[in-house]
Each structure stands twice: as C-alpha cells, then as structure tokens.
Design a protein around this ligand. Sequence first.
Ligand code: FES
Length: 139
Amino acid sequence: MYTEKVMEHFRNPRNVGEIEDADGVGEVGNAKCGDIMKIYLKIENGIIKDVKFKTFGCGSAIASSSMATELIKGKSIEEAMELTNKAVAEALDGLPAVKMHCSVLAEQAVKSALLDYSKKNNIVIEGLEDFNPDEDHHH
Ligand code: FES
C-alpha cells in the first residue's frame, strides 16, 4: 500500500521540531481525520533558510510534511509557493488515493506559514491573496 519512500520518511522524518524565532508559522488541520500540521520557516532575503515541522497525524501526513520541508528548504518564496500537494505525493512515489488529503495538508501548512510571514512583514506574496487554510480545498 505504501511506497518505500513513504515508509522511509515516516520512519526517519527530516526537519522535525520547531524554530523558536521563526519568521513564519503555519498551522493547519483536517477536520475529518483530526490531524494537525505545523510548519516553521526561517526566511532571509526571500530564501527559506530553515524549515521545521511538527505533525500530529497519520504516517502519510508525517511523510508528506517531511518531504515538503525537504522540497522547500533553500528555495525562494516563489518556488515554495509552487509546491503542490501533487508534487509532494509524487516525490514520495505516490500516496494511496485515500491518503492524498495528507499531502494537501502539507501544501496548506507551507502556504499558511508563508501567509503568516507576509502578514508580519507587510508584504504581498503572489498566489496567497485568496488563500484560506480553513476552507476545504479540493485538488
Ligand atoms: Fe488525515 Fe493523514 S489521515 S492527514
């Protein structure tokens, strides 16, 4: 059911923890399964210098957050904005259909942390104008 990569990131998740002086923090949850994901970003000159996560959730959610942090670390805000849940799932060599929403949580957590960053710094990040993590997103 799960790919080798999902299992590997579940057993050995990257970037677990929190950043105390984070520049942006995002927390999202899925009302149906009750899983919660929190992402911390350290941003310097538009580049994501560090990223950490805490996920209270299923194995796929943990693997998805681990992969998402790996995919955006060292990248620009614009590149991080391009991260889709599909890209996270693909990087994990796929997720079972019933577990796709776990990767959606990862995409939303990243966007929500970027939104927090943009609000704190009074900047506008393109693509976040209509982002509302409390809405039910369908991908
Ligand atoms: Fe809900 Fe995985 S079952 S995030």
